[in-house]
Design a protein around this ligand. Structure first.
Ligand code: ADP
Ligand code: MG
Length: 696
């Protein structure tokens, strides 16, 4: 394989290329505009566009596209070629600053939640110069934000950029009190660990549920699942290894810092973790990662499933969003250092995160609320729907000490011996890994673990950044008024810990006891998307987002509507798919099995004059019951889906899909799964779980 250093970022119009290809002055102006977050004038844009075009053409590009992330959750592109006609009827390859800065895709086909009435179907895309352009599939891709002509955000990137500005602004007010006058921006960083399944393409094509919905709607549990724990970190199968190799290679070309690839807990499940980077770039990179995973899997005769819960009874897939705050001078504000007790900036930030998470449990829950993720949260595999924070023993003790005004001796560290002389003693990580917590401190960052595997990381980071900006604002307001800053800092930490310690939970988040304990503590437990989304437009939330210029009230309401609409659409498609599967494949298979059994019984009877055996009778009876129930339930589902379609209120509709439609679907599933165990293998219409999970 090529030299990694050479290929890394080779398809990206990154800093080094810009430095090399842009006039020095343009480069400096662009860079400072990006650093300061100010707008770029048209002259610079023209020069940059031209250099970009030349570079892209050398890389084989013929087209360009504004690459953006509408609220469908996937990325969108509309390709235009560089070709421009000349007066004498020839063509030249052209790309102007205007085309770089602004694009006008037909916005009417993207969800807007009513923000953009159809008569005003126009929206525009605007260049995000802080995320580098790149070449993919012979196309120059320009990362852009997508807005309506009224300026309302129609995408995932715009609010993310706004939230990053908001938190930087407030965090700057804070760091000033710690003598860090040289800091000019504070960036949030993200490292999303991406889980996914790989299954055989031919088997995939035989399952309408996987094809239409990305998850199985029926499927009996195989004799072997993940109970042996032999897949996690196990040896990677050759076909999968080939896939991973190519994926890494392609991601590296695009400047994505793909770092570790390993198997996950469930059979056929894997994970990719990148090295963290600035949040908006991490979000772009994660979108690219998901896109490439699907594309490259296909080349290897595989299908990459990004759904949160493709298989019942087998772990689903999530995305851990590792999140921190870093100054442009290189200081990680969530790094405890050697003596966390004396690191007041760290303690203030830590207390701040406690307050933010406690006060905005609803927003964190909403940021991960989708129909797919609802199947995962709360199962004994993913964090519960309750938001809590894990700090580990040492930090919890330190905070307790601060709250009680006593001194904590940080040197009292526990050493861990592995029991062999060869391996050196390692210090027990002060954040021993609690896998069951939705929001865990892991050494120098927080890990928000509730995200679904298919979602963009933008929503979650918009929430985190805005919540934290708001807390910083409150702290900074106090500090700027204080006579004695030092004692005010201690006071703030003390008070905050005292007021918000209910959010700390270091125990087993999967346990029943925690559900009860959380209730006693008054923590929210929003089990489904329709129950969570209405919290988005609480007065406090509307005010907070407005205060920091992240969402106005209209934008927020539209987002709530879109989330609910998407939810209903997903369940609707699933229900229709299931009805079709039952009527056209599953019932006929049951019928065929029944006929075979009856025929056999008849033949035996005629030949040796023996009555039908009890075993035959038993199976015939059971299958016959299944057949009836499947028919009745499929008919009922049909009726209920139609009813759901008739509900005009988006919230009521989503609730109906959740409370009624999904419930019938579950009933159908349990009957179908039972039938699957009674029908001969070669009569069942679909590949089994065993085939799907173990035949790669
Ligand atoms: P684990 O699977 O144990 O959670 P990994 O090493 O797979 O750990 O993933 C950790 C992730 O956290 C990586 O993507 C890493 O880049 C990211 N990370 C590390 N430090 C930071 C930070 N300061 N900010 C954001 N993400 C970080
Ligand atoms: Mg993790």
């Amino acid at each position: 394989m090529n030299n990694i250093e050479e290929i890394f970022g080779s398809n990206v119009f990154g800093d080094a290329v810009m430095k090399e290809r842009l006039p020095k002055e343009t480069y400096e102006l662009l860079r400072s505009a990006v650093m300061a977050g100010t707008s770029i004038d048209s002259k610079i844009a023209d020069t940059v566009a031209n250099a970009m075009k030349e570079w892209a053409i050398e890389k084989g590009a013929t087209h360009f596209t504004h690459w953006f992330q509408p609220m469908t959750g996937i990325t969108a592109e509309k390709h235009d070629s560089f070709i421009a006609p000349t007066k004498d009827g020839r063509i030249i390859m052209d790309f102007s600053g205007k085309e770089l800065i602004k694009g006008e895709p037909d916005a009417s086909s993207f969800p807007s939640g009513g923000l953009r009435a159809t008569f005003e179907a126009r929206g525009y895309t605007a260049w995000d110069p802080s995320s580098f352009a790149f070449v993919k599939d012979k196309t120059l891709c320009i990362p852009t934000a997508f807005c309506s002509y009224g300026g309302e955000a129609l995408d995932q990137k715009t609010p993310l950029l706004r939230s990053m500005e908001a938190i930087s602004k407030q965090a700057l007010r804070i760091v000033k009190f710690f003598g860090m006058d040289d800091v000019t921006t504070v960036r949030t960083t993200a490292g999303p660990e991406q889980e996914y399944f790989l299954i055989d393409k031919e088997l995939f094509a035989k399952r309408p549920d996987l094809m239409y919905c990305g998850r199985t709607l029926t499927g009996a549990v195989p004799p072997k699942g993940q109970e042996m724990n032999d897949h996690y970190f196990g040896v990677i199968k050759p076909r999968v290894a080939e896939f991973m190799k190519e994926l890494d290679n392609e991601l590296w070309k695009l400047g994505v810092f793909a770092k570790t690839e390993h198997n996950e807990a469930a059979p056929a499940q894997h994970e990719l973790a990148p090295i963290f980077t600035t949040t908006n770039i991490a979000a772009d990179h994660n979108q690219l990662t998901m896109e490439l995973m699907k594309k490259i899997a296909d080349k290897h005769g595989l299908v990459c499933l990004l759904h949160e819960k493709p298989f019942k009874g087998v772990n689903g897939s999530g995305k851990h969003n590792n999140w921190s705050l870093a100054t442009d001078t290189g200081i990680n504000m969530l790094k405890p250092g050697k003596n966390p007790s004396d690191n007041h900036l760290f303690l203030l930030c830590l207390a701040g995160v406690m307050k933010a998470v406690d006060e905005h449990q609803d927003l964190l829950r909403i940021s991960v609320a989708t129909a797919g993720n609802d199947h995962r949260l709360g199962g004994a595999e993913a964090p519960p729907a309750i938001i809590s924070m894990y700090l580990g023993e040492e930090l919890t003790e330190i905070l307790e000490a601060v709250e009680n005004g006593v001194h904590h001796d940080d040197r009292h560290k526990i050493n861990m011996t592995i029991g062999t002389e060869v391996i050196p003693t390692i210090r027990k990580d002060n954040t021993d890994r609690n896998r069951t917590s939705p929001f865990a401190f892991t050494g120098n960052k927080f890990e928000f673990r509730m995200l679904g595997s298919a979602s963009s990381i933008s929503d979650a980071n918009v929430m985190l950044n805005t919540m934290m900006a708001d807390v910083f604002k409150e702290f900074a307001d106090r500090l700027e008024k204080a006579d004695d800053v030092k004692s005010e800092i201690t006071k703030i930490i003390k008070e905050t810990v005292h007021n918000h310690k209910r959010i700390i939970f270091n125990g087993d988040g999967y346990s029943k006891e925690w559900q009860e304990e959380a209730k006693r503590r008054g923590l929210l437990n929003l089990g489904s998307t329709p129950s969570a989304i209405p919290y988005l437009c609480r007065k406090e939330n509307i005010d907070m987002f407005a205060r920091h210029g992240v969402f106005n009230e209209t934008e927020l309401k539209c987002r709530a509507d879109i989330a609910l609409e998407n939810y209903s659409k997903v369940v609707h498609i699933e229900a229709l798919t299931l009805i079709e599967m039952v009527k056209r494949d599953i019932m006929p298979a049951v019928s065929k099995a029944l006929r075979n059994l009856c025929e056999t019984a008849g033949v035996i009877n005629a030949t040796i004059g023996r009555k039908t055996s009890t075993a035959q009778k038993d199976i015939i009876e059971k299958l016959s019951d299944c057949y009836d129930s499947l028919y009745n339930l499929a008919t009922e589902l049909d009726t209920e889906v139609e009813k759901a379609q008739g509900i005009s209120d988006v919230l009521e509709q989503a609730k109906y899909y959740n409370d009624t439609v999904l419930v019938i679907m579950e009933k159908i599933r349990s009957i179908s799964d039972n039938a699957e165990t009674l029908v001969p293998r070669n009569t069942w219409p679909y590949p089994t779980y065993g085939d799907l999970l173990f035949k790669v």
